[in-house]
Design a protein around this ligand. Structure first.
Ligand code: SF4
Length: 333
């Protein structure tokens, strides 16, 4: 089996005082060994919910996994007990969050924090764990002499490197990075991304990059999944999505970022806001914001249109005309 991740028909709801929110609304996703996929979309699209479900970390209640299956390296995550999951998180699948400080304990030295993860998962003695921790620190570009320092003695970028060292200490098969460089300034962000790319190669991992930044996607991803209102509305290889975006929402995302070649070009933000999650439109969830809305968009859910083995879109436009070109379709991004 060449697949690190297989998600089938995943539906996740939150039961809140205001009603039921379908945060993830029927998602299928596969990721091959050694590949990186970018999960792109606005806040509220369901990206983080989906990521948390891969570690079986959805708070239940209010969350509820209504249907679906998730397999990581062949293991059925949703069928495991909490005890079994402790041995899976960190060892099979690891996650890095946006704010490194929430992931680090301020009163324990960074070396000890890395060593602890190694001790728990690899059942080695203290000396061995510390040796491995030193190696991990060096791998992320921090001299082992800093083992005994505390998190506050590190800069933001260095702290994020420590978090990466902890996440990778047990060589997981899958690393999920949730907006993990957003808090860093641009230069440091580029360095951390470069490091993650490099480590992914060295450790033969697969990676999920959750981001709203298409620049990051272009840097590190092999594939891209565009999420909107709990669904993947378009998915393809990096080239498919950047050279030949099909979904009006994908087009909107590209139009709302500065064009590197033409700095004078006006940015065109996507109009309106993400649909009210308590009250999604009956048809296409994007219909209130789309420049191409037709009558049927308001009443019928768009089906999946397949362009190639790697590229699909959910949009009515292509049902009868696969060659339809969006208004900005000939623009090179
Ligand atoms: Fe726009 Fe209709 Fe396509 Fe939805 S299905 S993205 S509303 S054209």
């Amino acid at each position: 089996n060449n697949k690190t991740l297989e998600i089938e028909n995943l539906v996740i709801q939150y039961d809140t005082d205001d009603g039921i929110v379908e945060a993830v609304n029927g998602i299928d996703l596969c990721l091959n060994k050694g590949k990186t996929i970018g999960l792109v979309g606005e806040t509220g699209a369901g990206k983080t919910t989906m990521a948390l479900s891969i570690l079986n970390l959805i708070p239940m209640p209010p969350g509820k996994i209504v249907s679906g299956s998730i397999r990581v390296d062949g293991i059925h995550i949703l069928e495991k007990t909490e005890k079994e999951l402790e041995g899976i998180r960190g060892r099979i699948v690891s996650m890095i969050f946006q704010d490194p400080m929430t992931a680090l304990n301020p009163v324990i030295t960074v070396g000890e924090q890395i060593a602890e993860v190694i001790r728990i998962h690899q059942k080695v003695d203290n000396k061995e764990a510390r040796k491995k921790a030193e190696k991990m620190l060096e791998l992320v570009g921090i001299p082992k002499g800093r083992m005994l320092e505390y998190p506050h003695q590190f800069s933001g970028g260095m702290k994020q490197r420590v978090v990466i060292a902890i996440a990778l200490a047990c060589s997981p098969k899958l690393l999920i990075a949730d907006e993990s460089t957003t808090a860093l300034d641009v230069t440091i962000q580029a360095q951390v991304l470069e490091l993650m790319k490099d480590l992914k190669e060295k450790l033969h991992m697969s990676m999920i990059m959750i981001t709203h930044d298409l620049g990051i996607v272009a840097e590190v991803c092999d594939e891209v999944a565009i999420m909107y209102a709990g669904r993947i509305v378009e998915q393809g290889s990096l080239v498919d999505i950047f050279e030949n975006p099909k979904h009006p929402y994908t087009e909107g995302l590209f139009n709302s970022i500065p064009n590197i070649d033409d700095r004078k070009a006006k940015l065109k933000p996507i109009k309106g806001l993400m649909s009210d999650p308590y009250n999604l439109p009956k048809g296409c969830a994007f219909c209130d914001r789309c420049d191409y809305t037709m009558d049927k968009c308001k009443t019928m859910k768009p089906e999946k249109i397949i362009f190639s083995e790697s590229h699909f879109v959910e949009c009515h436009i292509y049902k009868d005309n696969k060659n339809y070109t969006l208004k900005y379709g000939d623009k090179k991004y």
